[in-house]
Structures are given as structure tokens and as C-alpha cells.
Design a protein around this ligand. Structure first.
Ligand code: MGD
Ligand code: MGD
Ligand code: MO
Length: 763
């Protein structure tokens, strides 16, 4: 079982960050960035005068100036600021059939798109088209639809507030609320779950709260890869002696040890800071059971403390004044056996009791969570149980305490805030009507799963994508591919070529846009856009690089072009708005009162925080109080336990950004030059007569909507430090195993992180 016998698989001994990160950045910059002014631009990322890092949504620790070193931020920037170009000559050389055989990495690696392109079915090539002609043809195709609800308007989360606001305005004036977006595959469980619990679908903490907390729980997120700037925050907390408690089926290096590239001492002495004090390797899908186990242990210990004459472990004053529903939660927890909790969570009663006691001892606790919580059939319930746990000790709406969902794309939260939602609140629609003088549709629209279903069964005839790679990111890509090929119209606003663009409809257009790193010049001069981070801070971002091509347009300008061509009777002065983005922000402010003083307030370094009522203990829930919510059962791990099946979770490598594959390494997990691996515990391999390095097939154990077997063939099994009963493979390669029907009924989030599979020798 010598690990070094398998090509590209070996142990990684170092900490997260450290010299490895510095080398990786140097390589990214050398390989992708051509000119030195561009490198300088990189160093201005997250400065008030520069652009917001397109990497992740973690706030800038200093809110002011210095560039916070971050390997994966540097990769994101250099990938966008590459010197390579995907030109009309390239499209002339390669037919779409030919391009389909490129790998996903190769498609994007061609570089930035330079010209608007239209698909020509006769030759099977994309050919350049003038902007105006593209807009006219798209406008005609949209107008030709018998019903505006037959079009789907997707948004990926890099889009700025200004572009997203104009986009939703265009789409609503056109007449639909069909807004599938990347949030539907990401933090929708948060957007749906938290409003019922605490009255707001966002996190309640600020960065400063991390300086005042006494414990941090990290559930189902991988900061070293996906939120690298968070490592500095965790490191500072660890240095203060704050226990950091991780719940993750994989032992992720960055949650164990981190060497800060900004600390000369740690770099020179090869020292690192231990991050987690406690690491619980629960089963994938075991979170509901884990959270209930901790609450059950806490409530039992509370009763014992009271019996001994102590004050108890719950915040009784807070519960009485601010909450409802505790009795029902108590009944639910009392009805669960420890045996069932242990089996479903993969953790022992002693471990859960230990976690409960860390929680009980801390005055202030912050719970951070990511996709390990949301991407499950019980994602919404998982989120609500986290809220329950926090409410038991009054850990919401107090300094140093709160809930911290780690958002994905750098402006996914902002896009939602400014109206990208298939379930628009009446206040939004009323305000649009008041400010713009047209009556927006009131019907609920489609989220991502519904949009794919509508494309597959012919109810949707057109798809417009503001960025992203929807069919690749989705569960069941083959179904999405077939659905997209049946469309009348496909439009992609994008920076780089990806597979979704090759799923051609009757008419297909690729519209190349400016990236966030680039100078955006409009009639009134150079423009800034704004974005909202994970902690509801809104700040300005201004590109500094020369655009990749003179033919690029900004996303707001493209939306305006589409709107003018599609809506001859429009009530909106699109050209006037796009001439000066301050005007767009004034309109955002008119529709969303929380943005009062928008243009002025983004002038201050770090921007401003949108009001989060729950942070001030005001509860905009149906009950008017923070609400304990009961979720029956113990979740996926309990439901999915078909005999000899493992629960497969799909994860990101260190060298990818969602469907963008930068490279084939996953340094911290010891993988080099490949992605065709499935991580399994040595014990689960042995139980199947398999060993480290064996070639295996991974088959969906319980497809519930199809007869065709679903098998990922020719994977290499890697014995890994992962919870028993759990397997892990990379997204998006494993998406074929995720059935579209297997999603959270409440939020529509696909169950990417609990797929029951059987693993056997490749045959
Ligand atoms: N460099 C880089 N940065 C990114 C991204 C990227 O792809 N690359 N993507 C961005 C986006 S859109 C998002 S949403 C975020 C994603 O950020 P994360 O939420 O960190 O993303 P994942 O890699 O999907 O997985 C999270 C972690 O959950 C663990 N896990 C898997 N299943 C379970 C489970 O059932 N329970 C628990 N408790 N843990 C589990 C995995 O082992 C992994 O460590 O990152 C954003 N930032
Ligand atoms: N199995 C599995 N599937 C998953 C997940 C998982 O964990 N497991 N995670 C899910 C999650 S959390 C998410 S958020 C989705 C991601 O889904 P998406 O957001 O749809 O996918 P991305 O890969 O981020 O999109 C990449 C493309 O965006 C375009 N792009 C990049 N920058 C810009 C820009 O500034 N403007 C425009 N217009 N386009 C730009 C480029 O053309 C690039 O090819 O995937 C989901 N799918
Ligand atoms: Mo995401």
C-alpha cells in the first residue's frame, strides 16, 4: 500500500500556505500574465483604488489598503488577465464538433474571448458578428417566443451589482421571473432556511466579530482552497487560543495547519500555526445527526447542571425574550436514540459530547459553514439546525458570535440583494413599478433545477447566461446538454470559452465582456462597479488593466443592448443609465432603501455594511421571533444507507475555480497531474477487496428517476484520510452521478454532497 507507487498520488507534508503557495503564485503569474503593469495590478487587488478580487467572497481583513497575499486569488486574477486570446481565427480553424473534443481546461486555456460570435450551422463554425446585429437577432428571437416564461435568464456570481440590477430589470420588463442562478446550486439552503429561523438569509457576523469570539466551528468548508484569506482570520484566532472545531469527512490540511506567507518568521523557520484544536471526521451527509447530537448532549448537560443547582448551559433570558419553538425541538431531540445518532453521523456520543462542552464553555461562538452543509437533500434543514444550536446559547446578535455562511462567487450575495431571484418579494416588485413605471410579473419563476427541467421538456425555448457554465455545473449534465441542444436561442455573456457555449441552439451567440480587472470606460469616463462580500459589506471595484480586446463591452452595456433590441416600448432609459454607473446606483437605492446614500458611502475605504436585522436582534420571521425549527429524522446518511453503498461527496481541487480547471494538481491532498481519482478510506477499500491505486468503477447505487445505470469508469482509488462510509471525487467530472431529482425540496439545491455509490474493480 505504499502511496508513492501510484502515479501522481503521494502525501503532502507541509502546512497550508507557506512556501508551496508562494511557488504556486510565482508560477501562475509567469505562465499567464504577460506584462509587468498587470502584475502590479494584481498587487492592487482589494485596495480601495483597485478591483475586488474575483476569487472569493471573504472580506478584505483590513478594509483599507495592503494586498492580502492569497495564492488562489492570484490564480483567479491571472487566469482572467492572461495574455492569450480566443480570436475569430481560432474559431475559423476549429469547428464546434472539433472544439467539443477539447477538455474543459483546454477550452478556457485558449484565453480571453475577443469578438462577439454567432454560430453558423451550415459550416459548424462560430463566426464574428457585429454587436448591433447580434442584439437585433437576439431581440427578435426573444420577441418571437409565445410567452416570456419560455426564456430562462441565468446569472453566475461574478456579475456586479450594477450589471445584475440592470439584468433583472430587463428580464422583468420583458415579463418573467425565470432567474436560475449559481446560488441555486450553492447557498440557496441559506437563502431559504435562515429567513425562517432568524429573519434574514445572510450571515450575521462581521470580520471584527472574529476578534471577539471564544470558539469557531467550521462545518463543511475548505478555507485553504476556497476562502484562502480566511486562513489569516483563523490563524489570528488560533494564536489567541480560540478553539477551532472542524467537522469534515476529509482531513483538510488548511484546517489543521497554516503557515502565513505574510509572516516572515513562520516562512523562515518552516513553522506553522495549528488551526483546528478539534477535528471531527463525520460521514458525508451526517451533519443533521451531528448537529442534533451536539444539541442533545448540550440539553442533557444543561439538565444535569440545573439539577446540581447550577445556572444551566442555555441562555434562558435570550430564549424567553427572543425565541419561540424550543419545546418542539426538545421533543424532537429527546425522541432520538444515541445509537441512531452515532450511526448516521459517524461520530461517537463521546465526540459529540466533547464538541457540546467546547460550545458550552465558550461565551461567544461563531459557526462557519460551506457546501458540506448546503448541498444535500436536507440542506435547508441542516442550515436551520445550525441556527438552532446558536440560538440555544444566545449566539446571534451579539459581538463575537453569530452565523457565517461562506459565500461562493465573489458577488453571488450582491446579485441576490439587487433582485436576481426567482421568488421576488412584493416589496421589490412594487418598488420597480413605482420607480420605472412598468408592472413586473408576479408569478414565481424558475430556479436552476426547474430551468433545466423546462429546457428538457420543451417548455423553455431560450436561455441567456450572464456568465457561468450552467450545464456543467448542474446535476445530470447529460440531461442539461440535451435540453440546451433543443433550444431556439442560446446567448452567453462570457470572458472565456467553455463547454456550455458549444451546446448550440437554432441560434447561438457568444458575447464577450470585460472582466472585473479591466478598465470600464463609458460616456462619463472610467466606471467603478460594486460588490457585496460574505459579510454584507458593499464596496467599489475599479478595473485597472487595458481590456483584452477593443471589441469587449461591459456587462451593463451588454444588458442595455439586449434590452433596447428586445423591448421597443421600454420605460427605462438604458443608454442614459449605462453612460454613468452612478445613475444605476441611484436607481438601486430608489428600489432598495437599504442602499441609502449608495454613491456617497462607497467612497469610504471598505464601503458600507447593509443592515442585517438579526445582527441587532430584530427578527423578521413569520413569528416575529427567532424560531427553533424542527427537522424530522437524521438526514441523508440515515436515508441513504443502502447495503454496502458509500456516500460520495463531490469537491473542489486546489487548482480549480468551479468548472474552470486551472491545473491538474491538488497539492494539499497529495494529488499531482490528475483528477481521475476517488478518495476512499483504506478500511472501506479493504472491505471491497480493493487496494490503493486500483482501477475502479463508481456506480450510482440508487438512481430514482432513471433505469440507465450511471457509472463513472476507470477511476483510480486513493486510500485517504476520510471518514468510513464516505468517498470523494472531483466536481464537475462526477456530476453525471448526481441525479437531477436528488435535490433539496425546500431550496432546489442539488444533493452534490451525498450520492450513494458502489465502488468495484473496473471491469
Ligand atoms: N479557489 C477556489 N475558490 C473558490 C471556489 C473554487 O472552486 N476555487 N468556488 C467558490 C464557490 S462558488 C463556492 S460555493 C465556495 C465553495 O467552498 P467550499 O464550501 O469550501 O467547497 P467544497 O470544495 O465544495 O467543499 C467543502 C468542504 O466540505 C467537505 N464536505 C464534503 N461533504 C461534506 C458533508 O457531507 N458534511 C461536511 N460537514 N463536510 C463535507 C469537503 O471535504 C470540503 O472540505 O468556494 C468559492 N471559492
Ligand atoms: N458536483 C458538484 N457540482 C457543483 C458544485 C459542487 O460542489 N459539486 N458546486 C456548485 C456551485 S457552489 C456553484 S456556485 C456552481 C458554479 O456554477 P457557475 O457559476 O455557472 O460556473 P463557473 O465555473 O464559475 O463559470 C465559469 C465561467 O464563467 C465565465 N466568467 C468568468 N468570469 C466572468 C465575468 O466576469 N463575467 C462573465 N459574464 N462571465 C465570466 C467564464 O466564461 C467561465 O468559463 O457549480 C455548482 N456545481
Ligand atoms: Mo458556489
Amino acid at each position: 500500500m505504499a502511496k508513492d507507487k501510484v502515479p501522481g498520488v503521494g502525501p503532502y507534508g507541509g502546512p497550508a500556505g507557506g512556501w508551496g503557495a508562494l511557488q504556486a503564485v510565482a508560477k501562475a503569474i509567469k505562465g499567464e500574465m504577460a506584462v509587468s503593469s498587470e502584475v502590479r495590478a494584481l498587487l492592487r487587488a482589494n485596495q480601495p483604488s483597485g478591483f475586488d478580487c474575483p476569487g472569493c467572497a471573504w472580506p478584505d481583513p483590513r478594509h483599507t489598503s495592503s494586498f492580502e497575499f492569497c495564492e488562489n486569488g492570484a490564480k483567479a486574477v491571472s487566469w482572467e488577465a492572461t495574455g492569450r486570446r480566443t480570436t475569430p481565427a481560432f474559431f475559423a480553424e476549429h469547428s464546434v464538433t472539433d472544439l467539443w473534443n477539447f477538455s474543459d481546461h483546454e477550452l478556457e486555456a485558449q484565453g480571453r474571448l475577443t469578438h462577439p460570435m454567432a454560430y453558423d450551422a451550415a459550416t459548424d463554425h462560430f463566426r464574428p458578428i457585429a454587436w448591433d446585429e447580434a442584439f437585433q437577432r437576439i431581440g427578435q428571437a426573444l420577441q418571437a417566443l409565445p410567452d416570456p416564461d419560455m426564456a430562462e435568464f441565468y446569472t453566475s456570481g461574478r456579475t456586479s451589482n450594477e450589471a445584475a440590477f440592470l439584468y433583472q430589470l430587463f428580464v422583468r420588463e420583458f415579463g418573467t421571473n425565470n432567474f436560475p442562478d449559481c446560488s441555486n446550486m450553492c447557498h440557496e439552503a441559506t437563502s431559504v432556511g435562515l429567513p425562517e429561523s432568524i429573519g434574514v438569509g445572510k450571515g450575521t457576523v462581521t470580520l471584527e466579530d472574529f476578534d471577539h469570539c471564544d470558539a469557531i466551528f467550521c462545518i463543511g468548508h475548505n478555507p485553504g482552497t476556497n476562502h484562502p484569506r480566511m486562513l489569516s482570520t483563523l490563524r489570528n484566532a488560533a494564536k489567541r487560543g480560540v478553539p477551532i472545531v472542524a467537522f469534515n469527512p476529509l482531513r483538510e490540511r488548511s484546517l489543521e495547519r497554516f503557515a502565513s506567507p505574510q509572516s516572515p518568521l513562520e516562512m523562515l523557520t518552516f513553522r506553522s500555526t495549528k488551526i483546528s484544536s478539534f477535528y471531527y471526521q463525520l460521514k458525508a451527509g451526517g451533519d443533521l445527526a451531528m448537529l442534533k447530537g451536539i444539541m442533545k448532549a448540550l440539553i442533557e448537560a444543561d439538565a444535569e447542571d440545573l439539577a446540581r443547582g447550577g445556572p444551566g448551559l442555555l441562555d434562558r433570558e435570550f430564549i424567553a425574550e427572543h425565541t419561540v419553538g424550543l419545546e418542539a425541538l426538545r421533543t424532537d431531540l429527546a425522541g432520538l436514540s444515541w445509537d441512531a445518532i452515532e450511526a448516521a453521523s459517524g461520530l461517537t456520543r463521546a465526540q459529540l459530547g466533547e464538541a457540546a462542552s467546547i460550545y458550552a464553555r465558550a461565551k461567544n461562538t461563531i459557526i462557519c459553514y460551506g457546501m458540506g452543509i448546503t448541498q444535500h437533500r436536507h440542506g435547508t434543514q441542516n442550515v436551520q439546525q445550525i441556527a438552532n444550536l446558536l440560538l440555544l446559547r444566545g449566539n446571534i446578535g451579539r459581538q463575537g458570535a453569530g452565523i457565517c455562511p461562506l459565500r461562493g462567487h465573489s458577488n453571488v450575495q450582491g446579485d441576490r440583494t439587487v433582485g436576481i431571484t426567482e421568488i421576488p418579494p412584493a416589496s421589490l416588485l412594487d418598488n420597480i413599478e413605482r420607480v420605472f413605471g412598468f408592472a413586473p410579473p408576479r408569478r414565481k419563476g424558475h430556479g436552476a433545477v426547474e430551468a433545466i427541467q423546462a429546457m428538457c421538456d420543451g417548455r423553455a425555448r431560450a436561455l441567456v447566461c450572464m456568465g457561468g457554465n450552467l450545464p456543467l455545473a448542474m446535476a445530470d449534465p447529460e440531461a442539461a446538454f440535451a435540453g440546451m441542444r433543443r433550444l431556439d436561442l442560446a446567448v452567453h455573456v462570457a470572458t472565456k470559452l467553455n463547454r456550455s457555449h458549444l451546446l448550440t441552439a437554432k441560434e447561438t451567440f457568444i458575447l464577450p465582456c470585460l472582466g472585473r480587472t479591466e478598465i470600464d470606460m463609458q460616456e462619463s469616463g472610467m466606471q467603478s462597479v460594486t460588490v457585496e462580500d460574505s459579510m454584507s459589506m458593499v464596496h467599489a471595484s475599479q478595473g485597472t488593466l487595458t481590456p483584452a480586446s477593443e471589441h469587449l463591452r461591459s456587462e451593463p452595456a451588454i444588458v442595455a443592448g439586449l434590452a433596447l433590441a428586445t423591448l421597443p416600448q421600454t420605460k427605462v432609459d438604458w443608454a442614459w443609465l449605462v453612460a454613468d454607473y452612478e445613475r444605476i446606483r441611484d436607481k438601486i437605492e430608489a428600489v432598495f432603501p437599504d442602499f441609502a446614500g449608495y454613491n456617497e458611502r462607497i467612497q469610504s475605504p471598505g464601503g458600507f455594511r447593509l443592515p442585517i436585522a438579526a445582527s441587532e436582534r430584530r427578527w423578521h420571521t413569520p413569528t416575529g421571533k427567532a424560531t427553533f425549527l424542527v427537522a424530522p429524522g437524521l438526514g441523508e446518511a440515515a436515508d441513504d444507507s443502502c447495503q454496502d453503498a458509500l456516500i460520495l461527496t463531490t469537491i473542489r481541487s486546489h487548482d480549480q475555480y468551479n468548472t474552470t480547471i486551472y491545473g491538474l494538481n491538488d497539492r494539499y491532498r497529495g494529488i499531482t497531474g490528475r483528477r481521475d481519482v476517488v478518495f476512499v478510506s483504506a478500511q472501506d477499500l479493504a472491505a471491497r477487496g480493493l487496494g490503493h491505486g486500483d482501477l475502479v468503477d463508481v456506480e450510482l447505487a440508487r438512481g430514482n428517476d432513471r433505469d440507465q445505470p450511471r457509472i463513472l469508469r476507470g477511476m483510480t482509488a486513493v486510500a485517504h484520510d476520510i471518514a468510513a462510509g464516505t468517498a470523494a471525487a472531483y466536481y464537475p467530472e462526477a456530476n453525471g452521478l448526481v441525479v437531477l431529482a436528488n435535490h433539496d425540496r425546500r431550496s432546489g439545491t442539488p444533493s452534490y454532497k451525498s450520492v450513494p455509490v458502489r465502488i468495484r474493480r473496473a471491469g
